[in-house]
Design a protein around this ligand. Sequence first.
Ligand code: NAD
Length: 370
Amino acid sequence: MASHKLLLLPGDGIGPEVMAEVKRLIGWLNSAGIASFETEDGLVGGAAYDAHKVGISEDDMKRAHAADAVIFGAVGGPKWDSIPYDVRPESGLLRLRKDLALYANLRPAICYPALADSSSLKREVVEGLDIMIVRELTGGVYFGEPKTITDLGNGQKRAVDTQVYDTYEIERITRVAFDLARKRKNKLTSMEKRNVMKSGVLWNEVVTQVHQREYKDVTLEHQLADSGAMQLVRAPKQFDVIVTDNLFGDILSDIAAMLTGSLGMLPSASLGDIDPKTKKRKALYEPVHGSAPDIAGKGMANPVAMLTSFGMALRYSFDMGELADKLDSAIASTLAKGLRTADIKSDGASIVSTPQMGEAVLKELQALYA
Ligand code: NAD
C-alpha cells in the first residue's frame, strides 16, 4: 500500500482541538490497514509566532513543500492582535497559499438532511443540497497592481484596486472546475460580470473556449454573478459546480456556506498545479472556520469541518473517494442519531464535546468496515 506524507498544522485556538479528531481517525486508518499515512506536526499562526516570531518557519515551509498534502487547522486570536502586520497569524496561511501556488479553492456546500432545519432557508430548498464552488484564489482584484490610496491634496483621497486576469489563469481554474463537474453531475456554471467588466468579458470567452476545446461533454452555463447570488438563495439545488473569480468567489462561497447551517460543518481545499514529473498536486485542506477564541479550550468545537477537510484530502489528493464517501456517511449517521456539538444543537438532540463527536463518527465509520 502506498504511504502518503501529511504535514499537520493545527495552529491556534480550536485548531489543535479539531485536529486531534483527524489524528484519531488517521491512527485508526493506519492500524486497520485501510490506508497508510505518515504524519508530521508543524507550527503555524500564533503558535509559530510564539516559537519563531514568524507566521510559519522556513523549516515548516520546507516540510509543506515535501508533503503530499498539508492539513491545516485555524490561526489567530486576541493574543496576537497587536504583533507586527507582516508576522501576524494569517501570514502563515498566506505564505503557504502563495509558495505552494494554490490557485484553486474548492468549497463544497452540503446540507445533511439532519441539519436542514439549521439553515436560514426552508428545509425543502436546502435539504440534500450538494454543490461545489470553485474560486480562483491567487489572482484578480485582491492582488492586481496598482493597489493604492493617493492623497489628492484637496481634502480627498483616491483608492485604486485593479482587477486583472490573464488567459492562463482563467484556463487553469476552468479545467479544475470542469474536471470536478465530470466526477459529479456533469454541469458547470461560470459566474462573472461581463456586462460591466472587461475581466468578465475575457473570463466568459476563455471558459467558453476551454469548454469547446476540451469539455464538450459537460453542460456549461454562464450567469452574471449578481443574478447567480440571487439564484443561490432562491433555488441552490439547480447548481452542481460553480466557477468564479477571487472576489465573487469570496462572496458567493460565503453565501453558499450559510445555506448549510454552521461554520463548524464547512471544509475547503486549495489546490495547485499537477507536477508533470511526480503527477502529484500541491494541496492544502482546511476548515472554513477560524480559531474561535470564544470557545477555545472548552471542548465545544465541532470537529466535522476539520474531518471533512481531511475527507477532501482523501478524495482529491489520494484518490480514496470510496473512503471519503464512507466518512461522509459516518458523519450523516452520527447526526441522524441526534448527536450534536453546541453550534448545531436542535430540539431533542444530545450535546456532545469535540472528542465525543470525533469518537462517534469514528465508531460509525468502523461499523461500515466491520
Ligand atoms: P471564527 O470562525 O473563528 O468564529 C466565528 C463564530 O463561529 C464563533 O462564535 C465561533 O465560536 C463559531 N465557530 C467557528 N468554528 C466553530 C466550530 N468548529 N465549532 C463550533 N463553533 C464554531 O471567526 P472569527 O471569530 O471571526 O475569528 C476568530 C479568529 O480566527 C480571528 O483571529 C480570525 O482572524 C481568525 N480566522 C482564521 C481563519 C483561518 O485560520 N483560516 C479563518 C477565519 C478567521
